[in-house]
Design a protein around this ligand. Structure first.
Ligand code: G4P
Length: 190
């Protein structure tokens, strides 16, 4: 997605060879027009997959997901990172380890927002080690539903996530694929 590449180059900041800071348009401040265009790209790629619902993981996946859901005429569900006491007993839950943040969290989905007929599109802001997407996929599959695709805003293709998800057979579509990060360096895959 050309406009996303441009804004990553203009406003992105490689904090290290592993982490790209993009808080001016994705992780802190949000550019709604850019998010809308992301939604158009995701819709165009996944439109023939019979998708019934979009799932995302709080919090930075919400903006691109809601824009996609709006354009596809679907509902969007935010997977919570903590179990709710109120929802206890009526939830699917799985532990996810974040290597980037070196922490575990409980990814949680209320059972009333999924059924076995659902074909779910999972959308998230970053794909690094793939743990968040794999956790979301576990919840979908535990409910007997299927993962119809995984849409990612920024994939770091030098980290293990993209390969792991593709080896598991998931259809992964990323709007920007970063090959290399370094001081004053952001290099995209061709
Ligand atoms: P993984 O799911 O692919 O294994 O990634 P990981 O757990 O390592 O990532 C944990 C958090 O760090 C996620 O945010 C993810 O979006 C974010 N992250 C990973 N790599 C980068 C990066 O290069 N730049 C930025 N800015 N973020 C990165 P989160 O905890 O879910 O937070 P948020 O969605 O509330 O922003």
């Amino acid at each position: 997605m050309e406009r996303l590449h441009k804004i990553i180059l203009e406003e992105g900041n490689a904090l290290s060879s592993n982490v790209l800071k993009v808080d001016s348009f994705l992780n802190h401040q949000v550019d709604p027009e850019l998010m809308y265009e992301m939604g158009t790209y995701f819709k165009n790629y996944f439109k023939d997959k019979g998708i019934t619902k979009i799932f995302t993981i709080e919090s930075s996946g919400i903006a691109p997901s809601v824009m996609t859901a709006m354009q596809m005429g679907l509902k969007m569900v935010t997977l919570k990172k903590q179990g709710s006491k109120i929802l206890s007993g009526d939830v699917y839950q799985t532990t996810v380890h974040s290597f980037t943040k070196d922490m575990n969290y409980e990814l949680t989905l209320s059972k009333k927002f999924i059924d076995s007929e659902d074909k779910i599109l999972i959308i998230d802001d970053f794909l690094a080690n793939g743990e968040a997407a794999l956790g979301a996929a576990r919840l979908v599959e535990e409910a007997g539903a299927s993962v119809a695709g995984i849409g990612i805003v920024i994939e770091k293709s030098f980290q293990p996530g993209p390969q792991i998800l593709k080896e598991k057979g998931y259809d992964v579509y990323s709007l920007a694929r970063i090959k290399k990060l370094g001081e004053n360096l952001i290099e995209f895959e061709k």
